[in-house]
Design a protein around this ligand. Structure first.
Ligand code: FAD
Ligand code: DLZ
Ligand code: SF4
Length: 512
């Protein structure tokens, strides 16, 4: 055998060198469903089913294209149930001249591949992941010597490098780089979202659903209904559906939240991009084309492109630059255990219950639910960052550590001390009332801060502000917060802080 070429579950792309450089006559492609990867956190069962079905479809397409594939299913009796074990076993069986893999997306796997290198009798070649638009070297060049790593400046460079939304003279379309000021509109009454696609489940998917049902009986989340795209062709249909029907309104309601509308105008593409079914650049180019054809306004196209060309590449750059120590950050010394309702969804707080039940049901919630509901609560209640991180890594179909960790630890929890975010995303019930309709049916009242009907976000917010005064008082982006706090006077401050402590006790006792 020539080379043993390994494809991981989130590398289902045919443009990676591990495939384009393969010799169909001599090489073997290895793909393996393994328990170690399926259980290192308590993954949502839809995430496991999506990945296994997409892997099997991808392997089938390669087989049709003439490649030799060793595909190891989870149920295979000989399966050693870890990637390292399966690479070693295939090396024993095929005696390849070398083993080739694309760099994995998580530090933990990268480390164990380094150890595997020593155990393999043949050279082990780890190739760069060229699906990303900014290489490690390019990111490090940008980051070198900077004290602050602000996404906005990184994003402008990426726009220039890829010529996205630029005028002929190189200036940004519309005269500004960022149109966020036009976005973030609260939801008007009756805001709904166009119908989403649902893909027919073929024999492969049905078999995978059966496997997941049998092997993960206590898994997190609801397995069915299962609507995911599982091939590139289907994912491309999802992309076109979004560009044609949702992108025009993406900007306006990017931050809105509506009960019973988990998707609104979001793209639902993250799971597909991250697994390799879609390429980030093709998405940005299609969004730009829709703008140039006059089908979508600039604020929608720009806001969407910024998420992919900007945020997504930027968090990946930070992850690899600061791992492995990044994982241990806990700048705000948050130590509260993760309350059980994050897993069960059983809480009286309606905003939390909606975000958590969307998550259980769909392995999805949109960015503002992740950041300003579940993330904000974790921040102001002082939940332990590692526990929160493991939760986010488990429950979303798009979750891999390279993208999840900076978003959780940096953006949502400020646990990296402001490396990523210039201010903490802490908010009281008032923000949630403005941006959603969740408060309308909640037993708590967002305008009340102490007493039986008090919205827990209020006292927790003020307690957060008070307990981190030393750190945030000088923050340029929080000018009025401490003035407001000081104006409240001693009695009110004491009452709010006592109320916050009661909320934390109630949270641990499952009464919140
Ligand atoms: P859209 O709103 O339609 O955005 C378009 C695309 O932009 C997304 O598909 C995604 O690829 C990209 N994008 C948007 N925001 C971000 C961001 N902040 N960082 C990186 N890419 C972004 N995203 C993940 O892909 N995996 C995660 O595990 C993940 N964990 C998160 C955890 C927390 C606490 C927070 C606050 C955010 C997290 N995000 C994560 C980012 C973002 O919430 C999701 O990418 C988005 O909700 C996916 O839904 P969508 O495809 O409908 O996104
Ligand atoms: C997430 C995941 C799961 C659930 N299962 C597998 C698997 O069985 N086989 C595999 O090759 N990869 C799996 N993955 C994805 C890996 O964990 C992923 O490559 C790393 O998280 C790095 O991004
Ligand atoms: Fe959430 Fe408070 Fe509104 Fe209830 S009142 S939905 S807890 S913000």
């Amino acid at each position: 055998t020539g080379a043993l070429r390994v494809i991981l579950a989130d590398q289902l792309s045919t443009r990676l060198a591990v495939i384009t450089k393969a010799d169909k006559t001599r090489d073997v492609i290895l793909m393996a469903e393994v328990m170690s990867e399926a259980s290192y956190v308590r993954h949502h069962v839809k995430k496991i089913a999506f990945l296994f079905s997409a892997m099997r479809h991808y392997a089938q397409a390669l087989r049709v294209a003439g490649f030799t594939i060793r595909y190891v299913t989870l149920d295979d009796e000989d399966n050693r149930q870890s990637l390292e074990g399966e690479i070693l076993r295939a090396t024993e069986d095929f005696a390849p001249e070398r083993v080739v893999v694309t760099e994995p997306g998580e530090w933990r796997l990268r480390e164990s591949f380094e150890a595997l290198r020593l155990a393999l009798p043949v050279p082990f070649i780890i190739l760069p992941d060229t699906r990303f638009l900014c290489s490690h070297a390019e990111f490090n060049k940008w980051a070198e010597g900077r004290r602050e790593f602000r996404m906005e400046y990184f994003y402008r460079e990426m726009r220039r490098r890829y010529g996205i939304l630029l005028e002929a003279d190189g200036s940004p379309c519309g005269g500004r780089w960022n149109f966020d000021a036009d976005n973030r509109k609260p939801p008007q009454k009756g805001l709904t979202s166009p119908k989403r696609l649902s893909f027919r489940k073929d024999a492969i998917t049905l078999e995978v659903l059966d496997l997941v049902r049998r092997r993960f009986p206590d898994g997190y989340g609801r397995l069915e209904p299962f609507h995911f795209a599982v091939t590139r062709r289907q994912a491309l249909r999802e992309l076109d559906h979004f560009i044609f029907h949702m992108l025009a309104r993406f900007g306006d309601h990017q931050d809105a939240m509506v009960e019973g509308e988990p998707y609104l105008n979001h793209s639902l593409l993250s799971a597909y991009i991250n697994a390799g079914l879609l390429y980030p650049l093709e998405i940005c180019q299609k969004a730009e084309a829709a703008y140039r054809q006059g089908r979508v306004p600039l604020n929608g196209a720009e806001g969407f492109i910024r998420q992919i060309l900007g945020w997504r590449e930027y968090v990946r750059g930070l992850y690899w630059r600061f791992m492995p120590s990044y994982l241990d950050n806990n700048a705000l010394e948050a130590r509260e255990a993760l309350p059980w309702f994050y897993w069960s969804g059983e809480t009286r707080m309606n905003c939390m219950r909606q975000a958590l039940s969307d998550t259980l049901e769909h392995a999805y919630s949109h960015h503002i639910q992740r950041l300003m509901i579940t993330g904000n609560f974790a921040l102001i209640a002082g939940l332990d960052p590692k526990a929160v991180h493991e939760w986010y890594l488990a429950v979303y179909a798009d979750a891999y550590e390279w993208v999840e960790l900076p978003n959780t630890l940096g953006m949502a929890l400020y646990a990296d001390g402001g490396l990523l975010a210039s201010k903490p995303y802490a908010a009281s019930g008032n923000y949630i009332r403005r941006m959603s309709n969740y408060c309308d049916t909640c037993p708590y009242d967002p305008s009340v801060s102490t007493g039986e009907k008090a919205c827990p976000f209020n006292a927790l917010y003020w307690d957060f502000i008070a307990r981190h005064r030393d750190r945030f008082e000088q923050n340029r982006r929080m000018p009025f917060v401490y003035a407001t706090w000081d104006r409240m006077g001693d009695d009110k401050q004491q009452a709010l802080r006592a109320e916050a402590r009661r909320h934390v006790v109630a949270m641990h006792e499952g009464r919140l």
